[in-house]
Ligand binder design. Structure first.
Ligand SMILES: C[C@@](CO)(OP(=O)(O)O)[C@H](O)COP(=O)(O)OP(=O)(O)OC[C@H]1O[C@@H](n2ccc(N)nc2=O)[C@H](O)[C@@H]1O
Ligand SMILES: Nc1ncnc2c1ncn2[C@@H]1O[C@H](COP(=O)(O)OP(=O)(O)O)[C@@H](O)[C@H]1O
Length: 311
């Protein structure tokens, strides 16, 4: 007698953080967003999202950054769960537990990552018949970089960042991230970027060929010379400590540095794992960041780890 196939009581998803290898910011559009050309790169610094059937809707956040994440309806994971319930016409409350390692408001899409992981976990828990494109559309409505976190790997983002095309990447790249727990508001950094470029004629951005060549070849030195982020001056203008952090990493042998997204996380590219670990020790000794972590890219996008079918 085959065991009955029980629907899962809970589902666990893992989702990566991201760094922007290239972030070209165009003019602000009529809808308030900026036209972007960016190259996203997922790294194996991850959050784990557990979604379980419950008597009422709720969110719990675990980990070192828990105190800085809302647990009401504004939580991006809760907004994602509500979105799947509405799309699939489901009325079954869930409790969402976020085991968080991705820094909050750090420029690594931490909240967007949780939204992407929860979209997948709820879709699996409720065994909906939503298509991948249904989930991608829901992701784009939750945030401009949420669709990339469903995809993972390395990809070109355009539009406001929600249009994602994967990019062929050879090899593994070793990164060191210098975290600043103060955080920066993404909207404030974009506004500061506009202020700093007020009298410039800002072109519609296009991806650079040098970066694509470096990624296809897995050439870390060519990648180092291709990193760029138009939001870097704005992030540094709002957080004056970033330039000191960036300089320290270069002094200690990082191949290159860039502010991750809207910051304040500072990303350093290392030649290999040994160089990354040495750089972590030096940066920690310098005291130029609140925390220093090593991560590798590219990493997989949001994916289901397992179903919890315990009754
Ligand atoms: C800056 C980037 C770079 O990848 O990442 P983070 O640093 O946030 O991780 C993204 O553009 C962030 O994406 P995301 O955080 O999803 O932004 P959204 O929630 O869509 O928008 C938040 C706010 O950022 C500004 N915004 C966002 C995207 C965009 N193309 N232009 C903008 O001007 C708008 O003020 C918007 O109200
Ligand atoms: N699940 C979540 N994880 C992190 N931040 C969240 C979450 N839900 C809502 N937020 C709010 O979203 C804001 C931006 O979060 P985050 O995506 O981490 O920033 P960034 O895009 O700079 O990485 C935070 O200030 C936080 O209050």
């Amino acid at each position: 007698m085959s065991a009955a196939i029980l629907p899962p009581r809970g589902v666990v998803a893992r989702v990566p953080a991201k760094v922007n290898l290239e972030l070209r910011v165009g003019p602000r559009r009529a809808d308030g967003f900026h036209a972007l050309s960016t190259v996203y790169h997922a790294v194996d610094l991850t959050d784990e999202i557990t979604v379980e059937s419950a008597e009422e809707w709720g969110v719990t956040v675990l980990g070192p950054y828990a105190g800085r994440v809302p647990t009401d309806e504004s939580n991006l994971a809760m907004r994602a769960a509500r979105a799947v319930a509405a799309l699939a016409d489901v009325d079954e409350p869930v409790h969402i537990t976020i085991d968080k390692s991705i820094p909050v408001a750090g420029g690594m899409a931490g909240g967007s990552a949780d939204a992407a992981g929860t979209l997948l976990a709820c879709d699996s828990l409720w065994q909906t018949d939503l298509s991948r494109s249904d989930l991608e559309e829901a992701a784009a409505e939750l945030g401009s970089d949420v669709p990339f976190l469903l995809t993972g790997g390395t990809a070109i983002g355009s539009g406001r960042g929600e249009q994602v095309v994967p990019v062929l990447t050879q090899g593994t790249f070793h990164w060191v991230f210098a975290l600043h727990h103060s955080g920066l508001s993404t909207a404030d950094v974009y506004a500061e970027c506009d202020r700093l470029r007020a009298d410039e004629d800002v072109p519609v951005p296009e991806p650079s060929g040098e970066l694509m060549t470096a990624l296809r070849a897995g050439d870390v030195d060519q990648l180092a010379s291709a990193l760029m982020n138009d939001l870097e001056p704005a992030a540094c203008s709002l957080d004056s400590t970033l330039r000191k952090t960036m300089a320290a990493g270069l002094t200690h042998g990082a191949l290159a540095t860039t502010v991750s997204g809207s910051g304040p996380t500072v990303a350093f590219l290392a030649r290999d794992k040994a160089a990354a670990l040495d750089l972590m020790v030096s940066l920690s000794a310098d005291g130029v960041a609140d925390d220093v972590v090593h991560a590798r890219g590219p990493a997989a996008g949001a994916h289901i780890l397992n179903d919890i079918t315990v009754r």
